[in-house]
Structure formats: C-alpha cells, structure tokens
Design a protein around this ligand. Structure first.
Ligand code: FES
Length: 334
C-alpha cells in the first residue's frame, strides 16, 4: 500500500470528528417509548386537522363555526378550512422532525467517495443499505407510528382534491348569456334612462346597459357582461353586408364593450378614423366594418348587437347577441 493510500484509510478510520454524544432515547427505553407516543400524538393531531378541514368544507356555513356564531366579518367556512390545513401540515411536519431527532438511527458513518457510477456490487449494496435503513427506522417494530403516519399522509392527500373542488362550479353556458333579449330597451349607463336615436349626434358615443324590470337588481357580473357601446355615424360611412347593416338604426351601431382579447373595456373611440381601441393591449377595431380587428392580439371582432326602435321610439335590441361576448377563450370553456 502506498503512503497516500494508507493516509486515506487512516482518515476513514478517524476523520477527526468530535466524540459522539448519544441521545437519551438511544440509552433509555422509557424515553424512547415516550418519544414514540409524542410522535404518534403529532401524527394523530395532523389527521384530526385534515378531518376538521373536510368537515368545514362540507358542513360549516359562512356565518357559524361549529354552530358557534363567528364575530365580525370572519368567514367561518374559510376559517375552518384554514385552521384544519394549518394543524394538519404543522403536526405532520413536527411529528416527522421529532421522530427523526429522537428515534431514527443516530450513527456517524464515514464513506469513501467513489466514481460517479457505482459498480454493480456497490449498487446492490446500496439497495441492501436502503432496506436495512427502512428496517432500522423501526416502522415494522413501531406499528403505532406506522398506522398514525399512514392515516395522516392518506388524509392529507385528500386536501388538494377538496381545494380543486373549491374552485367553484364550471360556468356552463352562463358566459354565453347576457340580459339582452328581443325588445330590451337600451338605457344610459349611468342613469338608466331609455335612449332615443335623436339623443345621439353623429360622432357621439354612449355606454349603455339593458333596461331591467322594476325591482330586478343589476349585479356586477350583469354590468360586466351587458355593457354595450353605441356609436352614431353617417349611414353611408358603413362598409357592411346587408344583414349587418339591418342590425344598425339610422347610422347607430352597437357593440359589446368587452374586448374579445382578454376582456378589458374597449373605451377609446377615434372619431376621425372610426376606430375603437382597447387600452390594455392596443387591439383596434374598425367600426365601419362591424368592429373587424385591424391591429393587436384580439382574434375576433367585437360582437355586434342588432338594434331598432320600439313603438315609443326608444332604441331596443332586435335579438340577443348571436355569439358569446368577452374573451374568445370563454367560448371554449363549455
Ligand atoms: S384586452 Fe383588449 S387588447 Fe387585450
């Protein structure tokens, strides 16, 4: 053996580490048993935390927590889910750390470094060592820990499923429906006043909403989906086919105000070019050609609302929108 090889062997035998201090649980079976119970309690608490999460998700309403009224604006449903998850995650982590620090083998091992790829004999040794390690961890000998850890891990696996479910119901065809129907009056927004064609001069733009029956409440999602822009031009300025032209009234044309790219409000109208501009990503729509996209990332024109006037001379919708309003991906969701 060369000098350098014998020095290496000496270093492996004595790498210069301080003397090993044994833990109490290594020498005292009573302490080991106590630590085992503590680990089991932590894993059991983790399982209870997950059960609390599941219980809160299914049975706890927004106002009461376990039949106890909750103060102020606290949402009891969310409080129960959050508490349950915090207890489950904290206790399973604390249990694992406590188990590792008190009961898992506490040996200092010196291993010589090898080439990156081990030879077949070493690989077989590794598999053997892993198996021995699993055995040494004591899962076989400590069924209490094994069972409570299994319960904690098994139940915690349900958490992501519940959270996925909490994303809410699929929108179905809600995104395709607005409150525009045949005969619905266009009213000013804000103000809720019916609009006559003569209220709009050539070049004027107005934001409108559908008229709601007396007592029917308009929600935010209605306002967001129903917003319509009215623009008045000279009729000869339109470059539309006969069907789309019949959707206009005396030079007034109506489009959904929600950008077909990602849903921003299309709010800028250039009177000279007759272009509508979305401020978010600069999609530009040509009003004279039924809001055809002439620039930007939007993939389809703004939906056009067919309009006319009713017997009292107020502007009304001829029919609902013929396509979903808003971003194009809405149409792919259902
Ligand atoms: S949201 Fe209108 S261009 Fe992107």
């Amino acid at each position: 053996m060369s000098n350098s090889e014998s020095r290496e062997v000496d270093l492996i035998k004595d790498p210069g580490l301080p003397a090993h201090v044994h833990r109490r649980t290594d020498t005292d079976p009573v302490a080991a048993k106590r630590a085992e119970r503590q680990v089991a309690i932590l894993f059991s608490l983790s399982a209870l935390g997950t059960l609390l999460l599941i219980f809160s998700f299914i049975f706890v309403s927004d106002e009461t927590f376990f039949f106890i009224p909750v103060m102020g604006q606290t949402n009891a449903h969310q409080l129960g889910i959050g508490l349950g998850m915090a207890i489950a995650l904290f206790c399973i982590g604390a249990g694992a750390i406590h188990w590792a620090k008190t009961l898992m083998p506490d040996e200092e091992i010196v291993v010589q470094r090898h080439e990156f790829r081990s030879d077949d004999e070493d690989r077989a040794d590794f598999v053997k060592t892993v198996k021995e390690g699993a055995e040494n961890a004591g899962l076989g000998r400590r069924p209490l820990i094994k069972r409570t850890l299994g319960a904690a891990l098994g139940l915690s696996g349900l958490t992501p499923l519940l959270l996925l479910r909490d994303l809410g119901p699929l929108p179905g065809d809600d995104l395709k429906k607005t409150n525009w129907k045949a005969g619905t009056r266009l009213v000013t927004d804000p103000g809720d006043r019916p609009i006559r064609p003569e209220d709009l001069e050539v070049g004027a733009v107005a934001q409108t909403q559908p008229e709601f029956a007396e007592g029917k409440e308009r929600h935010l999602e209605d306002i967001a989906k129903d917003a319509v822009l009215l623009i008045r031009m000279r009729p000869e300025e339109f470059n539309l086919d006969s069907e789309r032209l019949s959707w206009t009234y005396e030079g007034i044309i109506a489009f959904s105000k929600i950008c077909s790219h990602m849903g921003c409000a299309v709010a800028l109208y250039e009177q000279t070019t007759k272009h509508l501009l979305c401020p978010c990503h600069q999609s530009t729509f040509d009003v004279t050609r039924a809001a055809k996209v002439i620039f930007g990332p939007a993939a389809r024109p703004l939906p056009q609302l067919a309009i006319t006037v009713d017997a009292q001379g107020y502007l009304v919708a001829q029919a609902p929108f013929t396509e979903p309003v808003g971003p194009s991906f809405w149409g792919r969701l259902s």
